[in-house]
Design a protein around this ligand. Structure first.
Ligand code: SF4
Length: 371
């Protein structure tokens, strides 16, 4: 080859990095070394993908000169757009896998205990592999010592439900052999999105002095029992609007009918944000309220990423694993013998949801605004 390929992370070999400058023949104009090449595999769930962004600051502390690649599912990729700490985002498809299989990584870190993510980790070339892979029988296994505790949490319900006190971020940092410092999620709006939020607030008649509470009314269809009932939402909203708080309904496509039903009870008195404009716009709407009331869902993780004050109820899932960064309140039923359960269908009467303390939510809202 007549000239060396520049080691700069901007060089693609397809077109100039700077207009009218031939980096290949004339040398690199502004060299940003590729450094340590790290691939994160985290396909789903979407909330988990957002939570995993909290590992990025520790990765950058350990590997200050590095290039971060991330492979995820197509629907989760917008959560990572515009993230200043990620260099390349890949959707999990044949074309991306083909590309990733050509790169010699220094680290591949797999978050997911799923067959497809583990098979991907096995199939890639890397000096170091962390997290989870597959054994020759196709079984999911931990591939490094740091992943053992995380693996045991999956195998041992008593440990996961009753004993564990580590947050998801903490045991994932341990899995990836990183220094855990309670780092925040990393999420950035684009300038266009910031302007969109301001314009929407104006259009919706939202004033600076308004005290705004956002309701994430839905949750993943995989665990439908994480939701409050529509009647509970209505009761809560009735009391909040009596106290002159502004209420905003939030959600994605799957929440459209539910939000419509709740809104029909309060026409003109609350704001029903659009649910059909895509994930990034949904996050823009969630940026509007001061407080987010939510179950353990993607909406909760978005609220945490946006540094909102979060009031979150739990039943099915493990409250100890969620880090609110001292900006919120967790509501859970400590004495309910079956909670948490991680069951898709409740064998009882969804007591964990019926027991949500509506009065406590209102008093926490009042307390927050009095601060
Ligand atoms: S089993 Fe218990 S924790 Fe699980 S959904 Fe039913 S009431 Fe809730």
């Amino acid at each position: 080859m007549p000239h060396e390929i520049p080691s700069c992370k901007r060089f693609s070999g397809y077109k100039p990095c700077f207009p009218d400058h031939n980096c290949w023949e004339d040398g690199c104009k502004d060299n940003i070394p590729v450094g340590t090449k790290i691939l994160i595999i985290n396909l789903d769930a979407m909330g988990d993908v957002l939570m995993t962004t909290a590992q990025l600051p520790a990765i950058k502390r350990k590997f200050s000169e590095s290039t971060i690649y991330w492979v995820t599912l197509k629907n989760a990729a917008p959560l990572l757009f515009n993230n200043p700490l990620i260099d390349h985002i890949y959707s999990f498809d044949a074309a991306s896998i083909l590309i990733l299989q050509q790169i010699k990584f220094d680290y591949v870190m797999n978050v997911d205990k799923s067959h497809q993510s583990c098979a991907l980790l096995n199939s890639l070339e890397s000096k170091n592999k962390l997290g989870f892979g597959l054994d020759p029988d196709g079984k999911i296994i931990p591939v490094n010592k740091g992943a053992y505790y995380n693996f045991r949490l999956g195998m041992d319900d008593h440990l996961k439900f009753k004993v564990n006190q580590k947050t998801g971020q903490e045991y994932l940092a341990e899995t990836f052999e990183l220094d855990y410092k309670k780092d925040k999620y990393v999420f950035e709006f684009t300038e266009e999105e910031k302007q969109f939020i301001e314009k929407y607030k104006k259009k919706a008649g939202i004033k600076k002095k308004d005290k705004i509470i956002g309701f994430n009314t839905g949750c993943s269809e995989l665990y439908p029992n994480k939701k409050m009932t529509v009647d509970q939402h209505i009761l809560l909203i009735q009391q909040l609007i009596k106290k002159k708080y502004k209420v905003v309904l939030l959600g994605g496509l799957e929440d459209t009918l539910r939000n419509k039903e709740i809104y029909s009870r309060f026409k003109g008195k609350i704001i029903n944000t659009p649910t059909i404009e895509g994930l990034r716009r949904g996050i823009c709407y969630e940026c509007i309220p001061d407080i987010i009331v939510t179950g353990d869902s993607l909406g909760m993780h978005i609220a945490i990423a946006l540094k909102k004050f979060v009031i979150v109820w739990f039943g099915v899932s493990c409250w100890t694993e969620i880090e609110l960064y001292d900006r919120g309140i967790k509501l859970f039923q400590k004495d309910l013998f079956c909670s948490p359960c991680w069951k898709k269908q409740c064998p009882f009467n969804i007591e964990c949801i019926k027991m949500i303390n509506i009065k406590r939510i209102i008093s926490e809202v009042d307390k927050h605004f009095k601060k």
